[in-house]
Design a protein around this ligand. Structure first.
Ligand code: FE
Length: 175
């Protein structure tokens, strides 16, 4: 970690309970609303994610997703369940008729193919629990790339290194 970067401004975590530490478990985690652009990791043009939690035992993770007007999260599906909650703005899937607005909860069943976009709002921010990898697919639904926790952690590591926070910042979110 770089000397001038104060991790405690971004998250809270206490000393592990000795009874848990002896089992190799890491402590609880509180991730603050950062108000710091450096926290956001770019995935595609106008699409960013912010790590909250990576579960390396079952392959799930929690994230904030931010998409600005015109941004598209490419066509994909998940082999596991996804839960989402819209915190700001609104977005839609090209494959569906409904619009996810601020305050809305969204469930995506495994295997559901969708393409997320923001077309009439400045910016959306949503919380997602993603129960496994994201499988990007082509127009024939063939899987063309796989984005799992290892990939996302690698993206975050490179990003945090580049912006001067230090690659190991992402380790705070790994359990
Ligand atoms: Fe999805």
């Amino acid at each position: 970690m770089t000397a001038n970067f104060d991790v405690s401004a971004f998250l809270g975590s206490d000393t592990p309970d000795p009874a848990l530490a002896v089992l190799g478990m890491r402590p609880e985690l509180a991730v603050y609303d950062p108000n710091d652009e450096r926290m956001w990791v770019e995935l595609e043009p106008n699409v960013w994610f912010r790590p909250l939690f990576f579960d390396m035992t079952n392959g799930s993770h929690c994230e904030m997703l931010r998409v600005r007007r015109g941004g598209v999260l490419s066509r994909h599906k998940h082999p596991n369940v996804v839960h989402g909650l819209v915190l700001k703005g609104r977005w839609r899937y090209l494959e569906h008729s409904w619009i996810a607005e601020q305050g809305a909860y969204v469930y995506e069943p495994p295997g559901e193919v969708h393409t997320l976009t923001v077309d009439d709002d400045d910016e959306m921010i949503s919380f997602f629990y993603i129960g496994g990898p994201t499988l990007y697919v082509d127009e024939q639904d063939n899987v063309v790339s796989v984005e799992d926790n290892f990939q996302l952690i690698d993206f975050a590591r490179k990003h945090y290194e580049k912006v001067g926070i230090g690659a190991d910042f992402v380790d705070n979110f790994i359990r």
